[in-house]
Design a protein around this ligand. Structure first.
Ligand SMILES: [Zn+2]
Ligand SMILES: [Zn+2]
Ligand SMILES: [Zn+2]
Length: 105
């Protein structure tokens, strides 16, 4: 599996960050504008040198999501309906659904 590059204000090696650090916050996301998987949208806002570009609706097959536990990646289409990681079974934070519009059109 290709190495997953993580970015942002990460506080551990499971992609938890200074903004979202509950036991369920193990998801890292990539934006359309750059390469790293960020701990969250605030990580991108504070650490990237450019505004975030959300994924167009046509890009649902792009693997823009990484599990911080096993570093497996998910496509956007897989992630938006997933309760947890399909690779290792780690549960994902259901509250993230409220923020999907910050990442995906
Ligand atoms: Zn970016
Ligand atoms: Zn963050
Ligand atoms: Zn996983």
């Amino acid at each position: 599996m290709a190495a997953v590059e993580l970015g942002g204000r990460l506080v551990d090696d499971r992609s938890r960050c200074a903004h979202y650090a509950t036991p369920l916050d193990v998801v890292a996301l990539r934006f359309a504008c750059c390469t790293p998987y960020w701990g969250c949208h605030l990580c991108h806002a504070e650490c990237a040198d450019h505004p975030a570009v959300v994924w167009p609706a046509a890009d649902r097959s792009v693997h823009a999501v990484a599990c911080g536990v096993c570093r497996g990646t998910l496509s956007i289409a897989e992630y938006v309906v997933a309760d947890g990681c399909p690779h290792c079974g780690a549960p994902f934070n259901p509250g993230c659904r409220l923020h999907h519009h910050l990442y995906f059109a």
